[in-house]
Design a protein around this ligand. Structure first.
Ligand code: NAD
Length: 235
């Protein structure tokens, strides 16, 4: 990662809500995906072991929908922060809208929809773009490929790296997460006491200490926060 020691560090920590206005539904909100699907049947190791085709179909559809979506004004504003700060985006999202908005340092905690992963060697990852993963698609070691998604009960990716960046951040902007998905939500406990902290979300399972909560849609307030932070440097 590219870090300039003379510039303030910003962490932008995002959840499904930042992509909601791009047309990708959150899971738990009204009308969210978990009202249509049963979590255990599509997003767990047990589901994969018993009904792999159902799991592949679910994620093949999610992959197509995510790739058809476009970054929104919140994703684009987050990218603009790079003009003035060292910015690391830590996301629970599995879409690639931050990358497509131009953010250059994006850490995914729950995997990426566009990737397929080996079932015998987690380091073997393949970019499938919008292509479906089919039963019979294999890694170079001859094992079945699965979605590169962290399912319920599986270990989160990049936890230590994310904690490191939160510790070093001078400003933290949390967007579109309910803080009800663990262990991702615990990461905010690593935030530096002296950091400036804002959370933008329609709803929260818990209001974290020391954060200013703005209850609003991401596209309505994030561009303003970004302008204010850039202008606060007085350049
Ligand atoms: P979440 O904690 O990410 O919840 C979404 C939060 O966003 C809620 O608190 C909701 O009030 C808020 N929200 C909704 N619309 C908003 C808006 N326009 N602006 C600001 N906030 C808004 O949890 P989840 O949706 O239950 O998802 C759980 C996990 O599932 C995610 O962490 C992710 O791994 C995966 N997921 C990913 C995507 C994606 O990649 N876009 C979408 C759905 C779920």
């Amino acid at each position: 990662m590219n870090i300039d020691q003379n510039i303030e560090n910003i962490v932008v920590f995002t959840g499904a809500g930042v992509s909601a206005e791009s047309g990708i539904p959150t899971f738990r909100d009204m009308g969210g995906l978990w009202n249509t699907y049963n979590i255990e049947e599509v997003a767990s190791p047990e589901a994969w072991n018993t009904h792999p085709q159902r799991v592949l179909d679910f994620y093949n559809e999610r992959r197509l929908k995510a790739l058809a979506a476009e970054p929104n004004d919140a994703h684009r504003a987050i990218q603009l922060l790079e003009e003035a700060f060292n910015v690391v985006v830590i996301t629970q999202n599995v879409d690639d809208l931050h990358e497509r908005a131009g953010s250059t340092q994006v850490i995914h905690l729950h995997g990426k929809l566009r990737n397929a992963r080996s079932t015998v060697d987690a380091k073997l990852i393949y970019d499938f773009g919008s292509r479906p993963i089919n039963w019979g698609d294999q890694c170079t070691k001859g094992s079945q490929l699965r979605p590169d998604i962290v399912w319920f009960g599986e270990e989160i990716q990049n936890f230590n790296l994310a904690a490191y960046h939160l510790l070093k951040a001078h400003r933290i902007l949390v967007i579109g997460t309910s803080l009800s998905v663990y262990p991702a939500a615990w990461l905010l406990d690593f935030a530096n006491n002296h950091a400036k902290k804002i959370i933008v979300s329609m709803d929260l399972a818990q209001e974290p200490d020391e954060f200013k909560w703005i209850r609003a849609k991401a596209t309505e307030v994030v561009p303003g926060i970004v302008s204010e932070w850039i202008n606060s440097l007085g350049r």
